[in-house]
Design a protein around this ligand. Sequence first.
Ligand SMILES: Cc1cc2nc3c(=O)[nH]c(=O)nc-3n(C[C@H](O)[C@H](O)[C@H](O)COP(=O)(O)O)c2cc1C
Length: 194
Amino acid sequence: MTQVHVVYAHPSDRSFTREVLDAFTGGLDDAGHTRTVSDLYAMGFRSELSVEEYERESGHRSGADVPDDVAAEHARLEAADVWAFVYPVWWADCPARLKGWFDRVWTVGFAYKPVRVRVARKALVLCTAGYSVAELEASGCYQAMRTTMLTDRIGERARSSEFVVFGGSAGGAGQWAEISAGHLRRAAEIAQSI
Ligand SMILES: Cc1cc2nc3c(=O)[nH]c(=O)nc-3n(C[C@H](O)[C@H](O)[C@H](O)COP(=O)(O)O)c2cc1C
């Protein structure tokens, strides 16, 4: 049994990203894995650093307290073997809500200077996109997003990491039913083989 912490960022329950989340968590349940989910919009998770948080981070005061909502995220991450991030690609990155999660949760003394978080066995980045993977590769956005998420934001905090794009929702509507069904099967399979 594997404990998974899922960080999910999408404002709407009627979205393809929500379907990916449900397929992924359904796959975890089918395989007998346990999970926590931080639904950042449903939680009203604040994405902006306060002045106090900024001063803690920029002053490298690792001994200073962190806000309760940040401490709660730290606890969920530490309790998990695998972390998963599920979100839509917006302007070649994650939504601001999730970017702000990294700004606030990746605190000094936990995520850097030094890395004290219990290193995860695996980090999974599962994002939906309007463009296909081939289109994102041709523009260079795929490589840029992968580097930002896996090299910078995950980095040494997980022993292995994987970047998966469920793309093509902006393509021809005729093919999307088949493409999206394949994406949802893949999301469930990734969860089952975690
Ligand atoms: C504000 C906004 C920005 C977007 N930017 C991109 C982008 O840069 N690249 C891309 O492939 N798709 C982009 N999309 C498309 C979404 O990634 C796509 O609609 C989503 O992944 C799947 O739809 P969902 O909202 O039903 O989950 C954008 C969508 C919105 C709303």
